[in-house]
Design a protein around this ligand. Structure first.
Ligand SMILES: [Zn+2]
Length: 175
């Protein structure tokens, strides 16, 4: 079990389209999953995608629990999402605050679909077809973007719409 270095925006792998995983039972994939779970837990993130640790493969972890940054987050034990797809989206989008382990110290209001139908494999190879809403739909869309080589900054009309975490803390937590 080891903690992996989380790469920051600007690294080429973070703007590269990730490749589907062909053999989900390969030893390197099992190791990657263990290491990603450790890394996201220690970093207190709600998700992490393989490209963020330098591996350009279609895999991410979602995990969610209420925290200072995400007080309304539902409880979700770390879940492995392999070769994900969005099959359908709601018409509506909603704005919500996001940050990213690869965009340190910045947060922004990002538009995301409020409901999505998704399909993916878990680490045992079982296919899941699910409808995700709210915060979990948001995490899924954020992490899937990493597999398409984009971060939440590219979802903003203007890069300057992202504010410093300290500023966000003042604005939001004091309201
Ligand atoms: Zn991210």
């Amino acid at each position: 079990m080891s903690t992996l270095t989380i790469l920051q925006r600007g690294e080429p792998v973070l703007s590269t389209i990730a490749k589907p995983i062909l053999d989900i039972h390969a030893a390197e994939i099992k190791q990657l999953i263990v290491d990603l779970k450790t890394t996201v837990t220690l970093a207190k993130g709600v998700g992490i995608a393989a490209p963020q640790v330098g591996t350009s493969l279609c895999l991410f972890i979602m995990c969610s629990a209420p925290s200072e940054r995400y007080p309304d987050a539902p409880l979700l034990a770390p879940s492995v999402i392999i070769n994900p797809e969005i099959l359908n989206t709601s018409d509506e989008q909603e704005l919500g605050w996001e940050g990213c382990l690869s965009v340190k110290g910045k947060r922004a209001l990002v538009p995301r679909y409020s409901s999505i139908d998704v399909s993916y494999l878990d680490e045992t190879g079982i296919i899941h077809n699910q409808t995700l809403t709210g915060f979990l739909a948001r995490i899924f869309q954020h992490e899937l973007d990493h597999l398409d080589g984009i971060t939440f900054i590219e979802r903003l009309d203007n890069e300057n719409d992202a504010i410093d975490e300290a500023q966000w803390r003042q604005q939001i937590l004091n309201n």
